[in-house]
Design a protein around this ligand. Structure first.
Ligand SMILES: *Cc1c(COP(=O)(O)O)cnc(C)c1O
Length: 374
């Protein structure tokens, strides 16, 4: 059975059925996925606390067996941050230790359903870990391209899942180029290109809304490198708004590392596209993306919600990591960057606004990074 829905090239408007095994259009453009979920909160009551409770909202054919570890529905915890109440999704508690499992679960489920047996991915770490874990679960062969500087823990984790790890000299962009070449004869399970990944990360919005009593928060503060959580959340909130379940889409605040902040720059300049920057070094390795492929889309989403972009320094990131550690939360530095951005942004929030953010990755992923920052 094929689901109603389409893959659409953002550049040319070319259309493909949902089940077409492609990750970009024939003209090389980014694909968006058009799918109108039939969704009713009554469906989910009584289901297991996993992201698959929103099955009808996911563009995976009903007969496809999900590739799952029963992940998702992470705790939404209230914290007091610098005197402001905030709600934090604990996405560092996913099976592979980061929110990337949301995207990998849905994307690899579709890949397995399509009968694809071998995939390529490139990552600064966590996306590779997530894709490798779900490919292991599905019995799919997986080649991951990483920058040679990737944290040792993440490399060991990918290898433990049985992935073939290729360390590429140079920066994150050189790694992406190597993966693109390898993708010529394998399916590219890219978290930044593949539209199914964003259908997984959109469950962040569904969970936040359900856990808030089917209400939307006012502000959502999220990391932005390639924007996989941010763009997914935007899709999710918009769908819930279109279904009439929430009365507005929250303002999205994107957090970048100031050493590598192309989206921040473009936002301030009022540009519609993101020009690549010369990447500086930062302990927030997971968001240090100099040329985000969906940059224009990230800008559009932030602006459409009346949101904003903030950039944080490594000193602020290290402070946020230490502060959360002292309160019992062990975060990797990339995840601490979002909390640093949240702290930067909070003084502007009015007291009656509900603010949601995320712990995006576990501290055990890259503990050395935090030590080096002291
Ligand atoms: C991937 C990742 C991010 C940022 O995600 P983007 O898709 O690049 O915006 C933030 N935190 C952690 C821990 C990550 O793994």
């Amino acid at each position: 059975m094929s689901l109603p829905g389409r893959l659409i090239c953002r550049a040319t408007g070319e259309e493909y059925p949902l089940g077409t095994p492609i990750w970009r259009s024939e003209s090389g453009g980014l694909l968006d996925l058009e799918f109108t979920p039939v969704f009713d909160p009554a469906f989910v009551a009584g289901r297991k606390p996993t992201l698959w409770r929103y099955r009808e909202a996911l563009p995976i054919p009903p007969e496809a067996a999900p590739i799952t570890f029963q992940e998702g529905f992470t705790p939404l915890l209230e914290l007091n941050l610098d005197g402001h109440p905030v709600w934090i999704k604990q996405d560092h508690l996913f099976p592979s230790g980061s929110y990337k499992d949301r995207g990998a679960a849905v994307m690899v489920s579709m890949i397995a359903h399509l009968g694809i047996r071998r995939v390529v991915e490139d990552s600064s770490g966590n996306a590779g870990c997530a894709v490798a874990a779900y490919c292991a679960r599905a019995g799919i062969q997986c080649d991951i391209y990483v920058p040679a500087s990737t944290s040792a823990g993440k490399l060991l984790q990918m290898e433990a899942y049985g992935a073939a790890v290729h360390r590429i000299q140079g920066n994150r962009e050189d790694t992406a180029a190597a993966a693109l070449i390898a993708a010529e004869d394998a399916y590219y399970a890219s978290h930044s290109w593949n539209p199914f990944f964003f259908q997984g990360t959109k469950t962040f919005a569904y969970e936040v809304v359900e856990q808030s009593g089917w209400r939307a928060p006012d502000i959502v503060v999220l990391p932005a490198g390639n924007g996989t959580l941010l763009l997914g959340s935007y899709i999710g909130f918009r769908e819930l708004h279109a279904c009439g379940l929430i009365d507005r889409v929250p303002r999205l605040i994107a957090v970048q590392a100031s050493a590598c902040a192309p989206i921040y720059r473009a936002f301030l300049a009022g540009d519609a596209v993101v020009s690549p920057v010369d990447p500086g070094v930062t302990i927030a390795e997971g968001i240090a993306i100099a040329a985000p492929v969906r940059g224009a889309q990230i800008l559009e989403s932030v602006r459409a919600t009346g949101g904003s972009v903030v950039a944080v320094t490594d000193t602020e990131v290290a402070d946020a990591a230490r502060m959360m550690g002292s309160r019992g939360f062990f975060l990797e530095s990339t995840a601490a960057a979002t909390i640093a951005g949240l702290r930067r942004w909070l003084p502007q929030a009015s007291p009656h606004e509900t603010v949601v953010s995320v712990f995006s990755g576990h501290g055990l992923k890259a503990p050395r990074m935090l030590r080096e920052s002291r």
